[in-house]
Structures are given as C-alpha cells and as structure tokens.
Design a protein around this ligand. Structure first.
Ligand code: ADE
Length: 222
C-alpha cells in the first residue's frame, strides 16, 4: 500500500522512478540490494499486472510482497504476522468445469511460495518483531474486502486451514509460477475480517502497517 511503499522509499538510495502502466516503479539500492519498489495496487487483476511488469520489464530475480490481511483462523490476531506458504483464490469457481477453487488450466488451486525465501522472511519477522505472533501456512485472496462475521465464517468453513484473507497474494503467486520467479509474501493482520474489520483496518494502516513492513524488509535485506 501507499503507506508501506513510502516507508521503504525513505530508505532507498539513488532512487529513480518511472511510470509504467499507470504505476510508479522505483529503482534503487535498499540495504545494499538492487531493488524495484512499487505499490501492487488493490485486487487480483491490478496486482497481477504489476507483477507481470516486474517480471517482463524489470526482469527481477524474485518478488517479495508485504501487506496487511484479515485474520481468519482462530488465534490469528490483530498485530500478528503471517508468512504465506501457499495461496489460493477463494473466489475462483469454474465448477462444474473444474473443481471449486481450481485455477482453470493450471490443474491446481494452491500456488506455493518459495520455501527458502519464505524461511528467510519468517526469520526476519522474528528478528524485527519478536513480540508479534508468527503464523505460516495458507493465505487466501479474492476481490472483496471481507467485512462481516458471516462472510469470514463461510470462508473458514470452506477452507479450514486458511490463516488469513487479502486481495492480491494468490494473483501474484500465479504470475510468479508462470514466470518461474521465486515469491515470498508477508502479511500483518490488520483486522479479523468481521463486522469491525473496516474500522480496525483503517486504524492499523494509519498507525502500524508501514512501520511493520519497513522493519521486516530491513531485517530481511541487511
Ligand atoms: N486486507 C486486510 N483486511 C482484509 C479483509 N478483511 N478482507 C480482504 N482483504 C483484507
């Protein structure tokens, strides 16, 4: 998000920006690494397009995604951190042509993240935010902000191992699979995807999200 990108850009050296497809891509050095930093934008299509530009135009070696998510599984609380092991689109349903959740022509519903980047990311979270609860597992994505107890209960019933819900990660995972790019993703829990989600989300974005993601990125790259 914009707030998270601003916190990363505050540490970038020799940053040069370029507009591509209506997005501002920042190239520069971050803690000694050549990076391209960009706001994914919101929703699966927007994030997939951003990822495709990173792959095609910038030829990046890997994609690291930071953001916030709604907690779904019991025990995944506001302020906790989730490092994704795999992603699924919870609103993909081409049944009866394909099983519910399966991405057509991929023969799979679940898209993995890169194990070694994800391990490094989880260790970075522990160093940067030792007090935060850390979870690893399935994160689900869809084109809606989940903002009712009824909606999150139905997602939990359909996908009992889902830890958290957001709106982009599975799309980027699919693009990374297409391009053979390693992918790792971390999400801080801003809300519980329930009737209070909207207010909790906004407060978390304003007060906490950018500090968390900048601290995690720094711990990962130094
Ligand atoms: N990102 C953060 N909270 C979310 C929610 N409740 N639903 C979808 N995406 C989110």
């Amino acid at each position: 998000m914009r707030e998270e990108l601003a916190a990363v850009l505050a540490n970038i050296e020799d940053g040069v920006s370029e507009q591509v497809a209506g997005r501002e891509f920042w190239r520069g050095r971050l803690h000694g690494h050549e990076v391209v930093a960009v706001q994914a934008r919101i929703g699966k299509v927007a994030a997939a397009a951003t990822a495709a530009v990173l792959a095609e135009r910038y030829q990046v070696d890997a994609i690291l995604f930071t953001g916030v998510a709604g907690g779904l599984a019991e025990g995944v609380r506001r302020g906790d951190v989730v490092v994704a092991q795999e992603f699924l689109q919870h609103d993909m349903d081409a049944s009866p042509l394909f099983p519910r959740f399966e991405a057509p022509l991929y023969g799979r519903a679940r898209f993995p993240t890169d194990p070694s980047w994800s391990e490094r990311l989880a260790r970075a979270v522990q160093r940067a935010l030792p007090q935060a609860g850390l979870h690893r597992g399935l994160v689900v994505s869809g084109d809606r902000f989940v903002a009712s107890a009824a909606d999150s209960a139905s997602l939990r019933a359909a996908l009992p191992d889902a830890l958290a819900v957001e709106m982009e990660g599975a799309a980027v995972a699919q693009v990374c699979l297409d391009y053979g790019l390693p992918y790792a993703a971390v999400r801080t829990i801003s809300d519980r995807a329930d009737d209070a989600a909207h207010g909790d989300f906004q407060q978390f974005i304003d007060e906490t999200a950018s500090r968390y993601s900048a601290a995690i990125v720094q711990a990962l790259l130094v």
